[in-house]
Ligand binder design. Sequence first.
Ligand code: SAM
Length: 274
Amino acid sequence: MTDKNQFGGNWTEIKISILETYTKQFLTVFKNQPNQKLLYFDGFAGSGDIEVEGINEDEKHTIEGAAIRVLKIDKPRSFNMCYFVEKKKSLATSLETKIKTEFPDKECYVQTKDCNQKLKDLAKFLRSDKGKMFKVLGFIDPKGMQLEWSSLEILRGLPIDLWILNPTSGTNRVLVRKGEIEESWLKRLELFLGMNREEIKNHFYSKRPNLFGDLDVIKENDPINRLHELYASRIAGNIFKYVSNPKILRNNSGSPLFHFFMATNSEIALRIAN
Ligand SMILES: C[S@@+](CC[C@H](N)C(=O)[O-])C[C@H]1O[C@@H](n2cnc3c(N)ncnc32)[C@H](O)[C@@H]1O
């Protein structure tokens, strides 16, 4: 039996079509440069298809995942190599089977590993003699805070256009109202944001005296946008030269779930992404 991911409807489709549209543009930029090698790297690849909810929860249907949608793009050219990382064995096996059946002639690799490890391997490869021939389009599509800051830092200066799904709503849920964040979440936040707990608390909370002269811890306003502004501003001009405007992905009731954006060192890529 094949395994598949299950997610919400409309925002998943919007996310994949943004990636698909950008991929076509990326490949168009290099259409007259056959010697320029192109690599696609998908760090949270899934199974190749997704069961999505309709407006009513019981209206589920299956759509193609990003991996398959990107592999289907052949015009004006395709990638020389595609690399997919998926930590869950059953999902990786489903994806590998689909790729072998539908795209037997493409050079594709599916790895059942942690994306953080594979981003480090990618960086090492791109700095090697063989790797220097490649330009990369990357897609980081986690459900939560699985992407570690150190995995992004290692990409500094490399020729990658990296689409990142920033899980702003999920992260906000962890930043509880009075700042009494559980130890395990504090550790995860530190790894995810690349900041220590004092810096994180100072950014999202302030202390105000109450009527009795004690200090109350108050969460700052608009934490979801604040989370993205912090994340994007620490990437831009530091790890990558630029970040695109984010697309806010919302659930069926209109509440924000994720900020989807691209990081790049190329001004042309930035313009296309925006
Ligand atoms: C949002 S889904 C990806 C959906 C996929 N991009 C698509 O379009 O079908 C996130 C996937 O990442 C996998 N995952 C979770 N943690 C991971 C990690 N540290 N490294 C690699 N994959 C991971 C999950 O098993 C899940 O399949």
